[in-house]
Design a protein around this ligand. Structure first.
Ligand SMILES: CC(C)=CCC/C(C)=C/CC/C(C)=C/CC/C(C)=C/[C@@H]1[C@@H](COP(=O)(O)OP(=O)(O)O)[C@]1(C)CC/C=C(\C)CC/C=C(\C)CCC=C(C)C
Length: 589
């Protein structure tokens, strides 16, 4: 009996597990736990027979003075724990590194020439086949080495055990394996592999585990690291990451194509996951994928705060929020960038008609909505309208949002915001409604035990939070808005400060404006303080992410409030590292 192997865990495998867990703790969801548990189970069940065979045939061994004692099918308990902890560490590293990526945008429709809709991404079929060929050849070579029963036996046994699983995962998830950024694929394989190579070198040198000499090539990758051990850790980490990628690929399919999977659950069963992966890529909805890709690009380009916050959301809620953002952004831009007041009015009328049709008769809606949008809106805005998740949103906040845009048009006639009450109505329409829709999506997607009355109360707090954010938005954009002929500060405030609407329009940075900005920010922070506790009552999966979304926007207000802060180029911005810091601090509160 000895503790050498146990000490390898104490020193080298448990500390990274603790560090990674601590780092990711605020974002750890049930789905993450489910994904890791799923993979750990498969890893343990599939490795035990193979490892047991290797030990029983003497290909590798553990001197009795380095292990504590208990064994499972001849495998020391420390080794069984190794399967668990390696899968946990590599999986968690993958989850952390892939969190910023919006993976559904990497799904691709594949169609052959013979398909009625014409060819699309045909090259993917060849990539898939090429990968399958390479993996099949590796299995063949592995079998040959095993049959030979010579110095290549250990390599052969590694190959015939690991590569069939890789072949299966590749065949199911090649789109994600090839298409996702290297930070989601190569990095989570390379980092733990390198780390385990170093640990293995130390363990082999100390004799914690021993590989018998007749079954290995005797080649070293570096002093003390046998080539077979290097291959073993490389392939096991690849298996874990491919397993996670296949899981995420299945989730992306389940959550992206409602016409194929109408009501996916938050924790889909293994059968549902396999069904999703087995659907032919020719059946993916191309319009939906374009809608999601355009939504991510739009969000990334237009809002740094919400883009950062979006990476803290998961699954269907993340997609739906992006699509909602895309719609709101497009609608706002169509009205704001119109060439004349008449033109802007026309866009609002068209958006109004779009809502009429989208929320009209269910059977006819789909076709006529598509037709209407194609006939009435510019090409680059269509996906934002057509992919709006109408079935999960009520009509009233969308309707009110348009009424808010309508108030913007009134600036051409007379200042529409005279009093505090006007300001509140305006902010409620353009931002309270947005918050309401975010909350509607959350309650739709995540089950809650809250009564309807409590849900209504939380939604009302959300509305107030939206108003707070809009006040920050107005405080930030006083100069920008003046350039387009708008002053959102109530005229009663201007009068009390000895200013006129016209004077602020012409000199938005003049004396006295700073005090009014501060007054507006004070109002924003009062509303925020009042509403923020309601976030704690949201379903657990949405709490942290919503806090990040709210805090990263309120941070703009904090920057504006800093003594001596001068608004640069007409707009206050929060530096990237400060935004990340805010998100980090918020999640750890
Ligand atoms: C994470 C993520 C993807 C969130 C998406 C949120 C979303 C759908 C935002 C829509 C934004 C938008 C373009 C709306 C159109 C009207 C408008 C301009 C509203 C102002 C947003 C400012 O965006 P931006 O700075 O990019 O705009 P301009 O450059 O000035 O044109 C608003 C300030 C409204 C934003 C309001 C919210 C996102 C609501 C926040 C509140 C909650 C999420 C609810 C909190 C819940 C509780 C229980 C308190």
């Amino acid at each position: 009996m000895g503790f050498d192997y146990a000490l390898v865990h104490v020193k080298y495998t448990v500390p990274p597990a603790l560090l990674l867990t601590l780092f990711y703790r605020p974002l750890f969801t049930r789905l993450d736990v489910y994904k890791i548990f799923f993979l750990v189970t498969i890893a343990v069940v599939s490795t035990i027979p193979w490892d047991s065979y290797l030990i029983r045939t003497g290909i590798w061994s553990y001197p009795s003075h380095v292990i504590v004692g208990p064994k499972l099918f001849e495998i020391p308990s420390e080794e069984v724990f190794f399967f668990v902890i390696q899968t946990y560490n590599t999986s968690l590293l993958y989850i952390i590194l892939s969190r910023p990526t919006f993976q559904p945008a990497y799904l691709r429709v594949e169609r052959q020439k013979s398909h009625p809709l014409g060819p699309c991404n045909q090259q993917w079929r060849w990539y898939k086949r090429l990968g399958q060929l390479v993996l099949a050849v590796s299995i063949g070579w592995g079998s040959h080495l095993v049959v030979d029963n010579g110095v290549g036996t250990y390599t052969g046994l590694i190959l015939i055990w690991a590569v069939p699983f890789l072949l299966l995962l590749w065949s199911l998830a090649y789109q994600f394996i090839l298409g996702l950024p290297l930070s989601n694929t190569l990095l989570p394989i390379a980092l733990p592999t390198l780390y385990l190579w170093v640990i293995d070198t130390l363990a082999l040198k100390r004799g914690t585990w021993v590989i018998s000499s007749g079954t290995k090539f005797g080649i070293h990758l570096w002093d003390g690291l046998e080539i077979e051990e290097a291959l073993f850790f490389l392939l096991t980490n690849t298996l874990i990451v491919f397993g996670q990628l296949a899981f995420d690929n299945a989730l992306a399919i389940l959550y992206t194509f409602p016409q194929l999977f109408p009501r996916p659950t938050v924790l889909p069963s293994p059968i549902a996951l396999i069904n999703a992966l087995c659907i032919s890529a020719s059946r993916y909805d191309e319009a939906r994928l374009i809608g999601l890709q355009e939504a991510v690009t739009r969000l990334k380009r237009k809002s740094r705060s919400f883009y950062l916050a979006s990476s803290t959301f998961q699954g269907q809620l993340r997609s739906d929020l992006m699509l909602l953002y895309s719609f709101c952004r497009v609608a706002d831009d169509l009205v704001d960038n119109a060439s004349s007041a008449e033109d802007a009015k026309q866009w609002i009328a068209r958006l109004q008609r779009f809502l009429d049709i989208a929320y009209g008769s269910a059977e006819k809606a789909d076709k006529s909505v598509k037709q209407y949008v194609t006939d009435s809106f510019p090409q680059d805005t269509r996906s934002a309208l057509l992919q709006l998740p109408c079935s999960r949103l009520s009509r009233q906040p969308l309707q009110d949002l348009l009424r808010g845009f309508d108030m913007d048009l009134a600036f051409n006639r007379a200042p529409p915001i005279q009093t505090d009450a006007d300001l509140e109505v305006y902010a409620q329409r353009v931002a309270g409604t947005v918050a309401q829709m975010c909350n509607e999506l959350i309650f739709h997607i995540y089950c809650t035990s809250l009564s309807l009355e409590d849900q209504r109360r939380i939604i009302q707090s959300g509305n107030r939070m939206g108003i707070a954010l809009q006040y920050v938005n107005i405080a930030r954009d006083i100069s920008v808005d003046a350039k387009i002929g708008r002053v959102y500060l109530p005229t009663t405030w201007l009068k009390a400060a000895g200013k006129t609407y016209r004077s602020v329009l012409h000199d938005p940075e003049g004396t006295g404006v700073e005090e009014l900005r501060t007054k507006l920010l004070d109002k924003a922070f009062a509303l925020y303080e009042n509403a923020r506790d309601a976030i704690d009552e949201l379903p657990a999966e949405a709490r942290g992410p919503i806090r990040v979304a709210v805090e990263s926007y309120m941070e703009i207000g904090r920057v504006l409030r800093q003594k001596g802060y001068a608004v640069k180029a007409g707009r206050a911005t929060v530096p990237r590292w400060r935004r990340i810091g805010v998100a980090w601090k918020t999640l750890n509160q």
